[in-house]
Design a protein around this ligand. Structure first.
Ligand SMILES: Nc1ncnc2c1ncn2[C@@H]1O[C@H](COP(=O)(O)OP(=O)(O)OP(=O)(O)O)[C@@H](O)[C@H]1O
Ligand SMILES: [Mg+2]
Length: 1045
């Protein structure tokens, strides 16, 4: 929106075609207003006018690049990026070679514009390692060429002193492949001379400011620029320009392009030689013949030059001071005068430098050249020196302005003349627009027979004394009546008095203004001769690069043919350039310089008006307005837009023109927008074309979707069909497999059934031949055989006879398991019986006592497990051995069962006293240990029962029957160390005596009968109990606490 409003903004229209009214004044006002607003770009159709702002504007940012990338030319604000984008897309998508012609006078911004175009194209084309390298090399050629080919002039601090045309090749994807640079006529006179306020080529200042001390020493240079004659012995630093930094940038650029360090050094050495040549001073001396001759005034500089280039100083001195002249078969060495010597020196410096520049361009071309067979489309960018009008204009200005004249001619031919002629050719109704055709001026200069250049060549080749006077006289004579030629003589003839035209000059009315050229130096510069002695001397140098610049110096290849003159060389290269440009689609950038002072945002209307006039912008607008923005042959047009109509898509059977008519009729475009020529269709406004293009893009997107849709449908269908076929095949195989398995199963089953049936039938048929009980007998036989085998095997492998061994072999057959188990227990019992039988009566009695103890106490009293390991000794006192116990022994006699020491608990205090205990088959005797006298004798029948605790103590209560003889004494409380044995023996003795066992209570609480009444005994587990037995504590008269542990 912003763009279209700016295009239509009445005060500052973006496209001058829309200007209303169209006058020089309104055009100028518009440019000025736009310039004031910072809009430096304006269109005339698709031509861009650029007004140099002389300040940096924020309109070249990456965001801007994105904004203009694939934009619509007329839908965005005018910008140089828009034209670059249009050209690039045209090249990539429409397959057309493009050229971008940047014209304008010196300082108008051509070089900047060309850099902007290149950087834009580099930014929008695709990225990748290889592509980025190519892009970088192409972009980096600029700083190198600018260092060697640009210089400060009064008009421009960075004025291009050579013409440059760069072809960039792209592949079909729009990726840059490389390029070729052509250079045109370097202004080499600047090497030896430049006016005050200007500078020599940048490289000299950069080298001195940026070269390291070591480099300068190696090049034998002094850092101070005031030392050098060719630099006018000035330092001439430029404000805002850092020569040292530029030198580093230039070196970096060379590295990127691919210069080897040796090449860079060689290049700088030759550059230094040029600079030093300017310091070679000559002086006059008199020879013996009395003739004046020149000689080297101060040999040091010459010496150093020769060291740098590897040459004998004598050779160079001779080449500078003398000249070999061939007269018939003789060669004569003539001495030169001092001016002749200087002339030779300067010619040498100029030649070295210009040839070095050519070498530089070729070297860059080698790096950036396109690999054969890859190229597809080309975009050419032409940045050539602008039109120049100086105070004093010489041969260079003449050549430069001729070139500009040719470019203007192309512009006129392509935009104005050709366009109008085309309308006529195509039979379009058309009102011709007047414009100035500059072919007459071009012809004046370049005409092969009668042109100024031809005359100059003629003059140069003419034998005899050659000078510019005769040349000028010839021109005056030839062009006496020419409208665009003037000189003092022709003015005189026309009786015009004009003080501004000096006698040695001629004036040409160029398209861009009148320029007065001084003919002095024309012949010499056109000849551009270098004394053969000098080229031979250069060839003789050992410096490889320098030597290669002077191939004609090789004495083997001496040619008498004169080299082509500078003028004719330039004319030929301009002709080639024109041919090249004609073959491409032109895009114009017309640069305008707004003021003479390089001031930011200063717009001098008079200065701009001059440029508007000579650039023919008014005519350009007029033709644009009257004409048609776009034309194309019917065929390609139909091919491009046929998808916009159902009748022409996908194929049109009729003629191309009819097809286009049908197509456009269907699109219902306004009739005034279209014109049908004989072979081409014409569209008036870019907007209509833009509209068509937009519709096409939409339609292409639709078609792409359609194709995609159809393709996807087709792909899915074929895939489905394939899947279906596969599925059918798989299921067929699977079903077959299932059926086959089923059949096999059935077959197997049938065979089994068959076998059974057959067996059954056979058995039935043969049954009568067998006895009915045969099978039972057989089975019985087998059974018995197995049993026999089992039993015999068992008999052979009986387990060991030890009672502790309980192993037994397993049953070999299931049906023998029960029998085997039975056999096992029988065998075990038998083993035990055998064991018992071999026991002694004592041992048997002991084991029986142990068995009895187990029945009484196992799992009931904690003391029991401890007693297991103790053998029941019965006699612990040694009654027989100890005579002290004689009496007791007598009591027991042979009825003794057990004799031991016990402790009797005092019923009153709970304290214990030791007693001897004797158990006989009839009595239980308690005796005093000291006296060994029985104190208490209990008949076994008096014992009612016994109570013991659950714990591991030896406490027992002996309950007596009330009827007993000692019954009055009450129950006894005893503590025994062999409690288990005591109770067990008591029990056994009772059983033997009375056939009744001893009633045994194992409890924590029981009641005892004492003479003074019943006492409740409570057993308490307590750590306080002594280790040697329980502790009894009386608690009141009826309670006794037994502490055990
Ligand atoms: N678009 C721009 N933005 C800012 N400054 C610019 C622009 N274009 C040109 N300039 C300024 O103008 C100066 C001269 O521009 P440039 O060197 O491109 O002129 P030219 O037309 O190539 O001149 P010549 O014919 O002498 O080579 C530049 O050094 C720069 O300072
Ligand atoms: Mg330039």
């Amino acid at each position: 929106m912003e763009a279209s409003t700016s295009l239509l903004d009445a005060a500052a229209v973006g496209d001058l075609v829309l200007l209303d009214p169209l006058t020089e004044e309104s055009l100028l006002r518009t440019l000025q207003e736009r310039f004031r607003r910072g809009d430096i770009y304006t269109y005339i159709g698709n031509v861009v006018i650029s007004v140099n702002p002389y300040r940096s504007l924020p309109i070249y940012t990456p965001e801007k690049v994105q904004e203009y990338h694939s934009c619509n030319f007329f839908a965005v604000k005018p910008h140089i990026y828009a034209i670059a984008d249009d050209a690039y897309r045209s090249l990539r998508d429409r397959d057309r070679d493009q050229c971008i012609l940047i014209t304008g006078e010196s300082g108008a911004g051509k070089t900047e514009a060309s850099k902007l175009v290149m950087s834009y194209v580099a930014a929008v084309c695709s990225k990748g390692e290889e592509v980025d390298k190519v892009k970088e090399q192409l972009l980096q050629s600029n700083p190198v060429l600018e260092a060697f080919g640009n210089a400060k002039t009064v008009r421009n601090d960075n004025s291009s002193r050579f013409g440059k045309y760069m072809d960039v090749a792209f592949d079909f994807k729009g990726e840059p492949l490389g390029g070729v640079i052509s250079n045109y006529l370097l202004e080499k006179s600047r090497i030896v001379q430049h006016v005050k306020g200007e500078r020599n080529f940048h490289i000299f200042y950069q080298l001195l400011a940026g070269g390291s001390a070591q480099l300068l020493q190696q090049l034998k240079l002094q850092q101070d620029g005031r030392h050098y004659g060719y630099l006018n012995r000035e330092t001439s630093a430029l404000p805002g320009v850092d020569d040292a930094a530029n030198f580093r940038a230039m070196q970096d650029a060379m590295r990127v392009i691919g210069f080897s360090p040796a090449e860079v050094t060689a290049l700088l050495e030759v550059t230094a030689v040029v600079l030093k040549l300017g310091n070679v001073e000559l002086s006059s001396s008199y020879q013996a013949s009395g003739m004046e001759a020149c000689s080297i005034a101060e040999p040091r500089e010459l010496q150093e030059i020769c060291e740098l280039i590897g040459l004998d100083p004598g050779v160079l001195e001779q080449a500078l001071c003398t000249r070999t002249v061939k007269a018939r078969d003789e060669t004569v060495l003539t001495t030169l005068s001092v001016p002749q010597g200087y002339y030779g020196r300067d010619a040498l410096a100029k030649n070295i430098y210009s040839r070095l520049f050519d070498w530089l361009v070729n070297r860059i071309n080698t790096s950036i050249q396109v690999k054969p067979g890859k190229q597809r489309k080309v975009m050419g960018v032409l940045d050539i020196y602008g039109f120049e009008i100086f105070q004093d204009n010489g041969f260079e200005q003449f050549i430069i302005n001729y070139c500009n004249e040719k470019l203007q001619q192309i512009f006129i031919l392509m935009t104005l003349k050709e366009e109008q002629e085309e309308y006529v050719r195509e039979g379009i109704r058309w009102t011709p627009v007047e414009f100035f055709d500059n072919s007459i001026i071009c012809d004046l200069i370049e005409n092969g027979k009668r042109g100024i250049l031809a005359m100059l060549d003629e003059e140069c080749l003419r034998p005899g004394v050659v000078n510019e006077d005769t040349f000028l006289a010839k021109l005056n004579q030839l062009f006496a009546a020419h409208k665009h030629y003037e000189s003092k003589e022709t003015q005189n003839a026309r009786r015009i008095t004009d003080a501004s035209l000096p006698p040695q000059c001629f004036r040409i009315h160029h398209y861009a203004g009148k320029v007065t050229y001084n003919v002095t130096g024309f012949v010499e510069k056109n000849n551009d001769l270098l004394f053969r002695d000098l080229s031979q001397a250069m060839w003789a140098a050992r410096h490889a690069l320098l030597r290669s610049l002077f191939p004609e110096g090789d004495p083997q290849k001496v040619s008498l043919k004169l080299p082509p003159t500078a003028g004719s060389q330039f004319k030929a290269s301009v002709a080639t350039l024109m041919k090249n440009l004609y073959s491409k689609n032109p895009n114009y950038i017309r640069c305008i310089k707004p003021n003479e002072t390089k001031a930011a945002m200063l717009f001098t209307p008079e200065l701009v008006l001059g440029q508007v006039r000579y650039l023919g912008l008014m005519e350009n607008v007029r033709v644009r307005r009257a004409g048609y923005a776009f034309r194309q042959l019917y065929g390609p047009f139909l091919e491009r837009y046929k998808m916009l109509s159902a009748q022409t898509w996908p194929r049109w059977a009729g003629g191309d023109r009819e097809g286009v008519e049908v197509l456009l009729a269907e699109l219902a475009l306004p009739p005034e927008e279209l014109a049908f020529g004989h072979t081409k269709i014409f569209i008036r406004s870019p907007r209509t074309l833009f509209d068509l293009e937009r519709q096409r893009q939409e339609r292409v997107a639709q078609l792409a979707t359609l194709i995609q849709k159809m393709f996807r449908g087709w792909r899915c269908r074929t895939q489905y069909q394939l899947l279906r076929k596969s599925q059918i095949l798989i299921s067929a195989w699977f079903r077959g497999h299932v059926q086959k398995n089923k059949y096999k199963q059935m077959r197997r089953s049938a065979l089994i059934v068959q076998a059974y049936v057959r067996g059954w039938k056979v058995r039935r048929a043969y049954r009568r031949y067998f006895r009915s009980e045969a099978s039972a007998r057989l089975a019985n036989f087998i059974y018995r055989r197995l049993v026999q085998k089992f039993l015999v095997g068992l008999g052979r492998n009986l387990p060991p006879l030890s009672v502790m061994d309980r192993t037994w072999p397993p049953a070999p057959y299931e049906f023998l398991a029960d029998a085997n188990q039975e056999l096992r227990s029988i065998f075990y019992r038998w083993k035990c019986k055998k064991y018992r039988e071999q026991l002694t009566p004592q041992r048997r009695a002991l084991l029986q006592a142990k068995l009895c103890a187990s029945e009484l106490f196992k799992d009931k009293k904690t003391l029991y497990p401890k007693s297991l390991q103790q053998p029941f000794q019965g006699e612990y006192l040694g009654l027989t051995q100890n005579p002290k116990y004689q009496k007791l022994h007598a009591v027991a006699k042979d009825k003794l069962v057990m004799a031991d020491t016990v402790r009797k608990v005092n019923r009153a205090s709970g304290k214990t006293v030791p007693r001897l205990l004797l158990l006989t088959t009839e009595h239980l005797v308690l005796a005093d240990p000291k006296a060994a006298q029985p104190k208490t004798v209990l008949s076994l029948g008096d014992i009612r029962s016994v109570s013991v605790t659950r714990f591991s103590d030896g406490f027992l209560a002996l309950h007596l029957k009330e009827t007993s003889t000692v019954g009055a004494k009450g129950d006894f409380l005893l503590v025994s160390d062999h409690l288990i044995e005591l109770v067990t023996r008591l029990h056994q003795t009772l059983v033997e005596a009375t056939a009744q066992g001893l009633p045994l209570r194992i409890a924590d609480q029981f009641s005892t009968r004492f003479p003074k009444g019943d006492v409740a005994v409570t057993v308490v587990e307590s750590p306080q109990a002594g280790s040697d037995g329980p502790v009894c504590k009386k608690r009141g008269s009826h309670k006794l606490e037994v502490r055990v542990h």
